[in-house]
Design a protein around this ligand. Structure first.
Ligand code: PHE
Length: 448
């Protein structure tokens, strides 16, 4: 077998893993959730969940991946201890790969819309009004074409491999994203209404605190760190043995939470600026217009109100969304691609093309039955499957895999780990706290 691909550097890994984590979940999901859960109180709980619950699960995925040097299906079988846990590992692994692919099938649709709005900013600047309105109106042709463009971009990066594709593009795109975001924040903060948005975002109002808020914050933390579906596991498998997993995992977690926080600094004030400009941002019930409406209606009207500079701002914003989506979608596609290439020995380019076509077909089916399938697939994957898969990862690393083997793996790249606070806390965390709390949240979301 040819030698396994690997990230060329720490930075390469951090960029790719942070790129996977940072996506629609941070720039659109987190601010919307913050706004609809009462602002700063949600932000505080989200940070707590990210560092106390999601970070330990991230480490579990990275350790399993780097130890097994394989995709999720093979890796979980490798840490199994007998025929039963081996079968369980295979089942969980296959489930994870299917969920990752399904997430991509709806993510590609939303990301396609971002591309439409990106092109629209140019089209309307040039005065192509008919084209402009086609790009921004919901329709099957527009949806399928833009999704196809996004899938082609994703496919071509993944076909380039780990170092030449994923790492190269993540390292280029991620810093661009940060710069664009800072420029946009600087602009929005000078506008009327921004101060009110900042207050809502930064000053906790404890009357908003409730159990549902805690659960939402936890779900958001898991989705945002791309956990449960083997994405971080496969990226961990491309990491060198000389790297410290707890440290790199902490870096990725900090960057992901940091970008979510920064995105909030942009979107929450922008909501209030839009309100000041006369856009309807709150429904009659007083609730925020959440979901796709927020980005696709509130923000474009905000951009339109800026005069000609608005075209530029819109262009920058939707470029940012497209980039963020792309560095996430490549990590989703890598999950099935790694499985197929490792299991069958098929060439990467060929496997990427075949799997992308299958996912394109699934997205097409979703588009053809949008009303019935779109929300259904989102809920099936993110609400019902991701938490259960994260529990399974905890069970494998806390209960099935030998503790000494885990220690030996983490020790590589982090010699003195045994005496650290991390090793005193982490094993107990993934064994008890994480699975119990995740299950509690899961039951709440299913029953409640
Ligand atoms: N973390 C990504 C986001 O916030 C979504 C994602 C989920 C990526 C699962 C990979 C796997 O948009």
């Amino acid at each position: 077998m040819s030698s396994r691909e690997q990230f060329s550097s720490k930075t390469g890994f951090v960029m790719a893993a942070a790129g996977s984590a940072i996506g629609l979940g941070n720039i659109w999901g987190f601010p919307t959730q913050t706004a609809s859960n009462g602002g700063a109180a949600f932000v505080a709980v989200y940070f707590l969940m990210t560092f106390c619950l999601a970070y330990p699960v991230l480490i579990a995925e990275l350790v399993i991946g780097r130890y097994a040097r394989a995709n999720m299906v093979n890796a979980l079988q490798e840490v199994a201890i007998g025929p039963i846990t081996q079968k369980l590992g295979m089942g969980v692994g296959i489930y994870g790969v299917i969920v990752a692919s399904l997430i991509l099938s709806f993510y590609g649709i939303i990301a396609g819309w971002m591309i439409c709005f990106l092109i629209e900013s140019v089209a309307s600047m040039l005065g192509y009004e008919q084209f402009s309105s086609w790009l921004t109106s919901f329709g099957f042709e527009r949806n399928i074409l833009s999704m196809a463009v996004f899938m082609l971009l994703t496919m071509s990066i993944v076909a380039g491999g780990v170092e030449g594709g994923i790492e190269k593009w993540s390292t280029r795109l991620m810093p661009m994203l940060l710069v664009l975001m800072v420029v946009l924040i600087a602009y929005v903060l000078t506008q009327d209404g921004a101060a009110q948005g900042l207050r809502v975002y930064l000053l906790p109002d404890l009357s908003h605190f409730n159990p549902a808020l805690v659960l939402n914050a936890m779900g958001q933390a898991f989705f945002s760190l791309s956990l449960g579906v083997g994405t971080m596991l496969i990226y961990g498998s491309y990491l060198g043995k000389e790297e410290s997993l707890p440290k790199l995992g902490a870096a990725v977690t900090l960057i992901d939470a940091g970008i979510a926080f920064t995105a909030g600094l942009l979107i929450i004030p922008a909501i209030y600026v839009a309100k000041e400009l006369g856009t309807t941002v709150f429904a009659e019930s007083g609730e925020l217009i959440a979901g796709p409406d927020l980005i696709f209606q509130v923000l474009p009207s905000l951009f339109a109100s800026m005069g000609s500079v608005g075209y530029l701002v819109a262009f920058a914003f939707f470029t940012l969304m497209t980039i963020a989506s792309l560095t996430s979608s490549i990590s989703m596609l890598e999950v099935p691609v790694a499985l197929v290439t490792e299991q069958s020995g098929m060439a990467r380019k060929r496997a990427t093309a075949i799997i992308s076509s299958v996912i394109f077909a699934v997205s097409t089916v979703i588009l053809l039955n949008f009303e019935q399938l779109f929300d259904f697939v989102i809920n099936l994957t993110t609400v019902y499957s991701q938490p259960l898969l994260a529990v399974a990862i905890c069970v494998f690393s806390g209960w099935i895999w030998h503790r000494n083997k885990i220690l030996a793996e983490i020790k590589q790249g982090h010699e003195d780990i045994e005496d650290s606070l991390f090793w005193k806390i982490w094993p107990i965390y993934v064994k008890f706290f994480c699975p119990v709390l995740i299950l509690a949240a899961f039951l709440q979301s299913v029953i409640g």
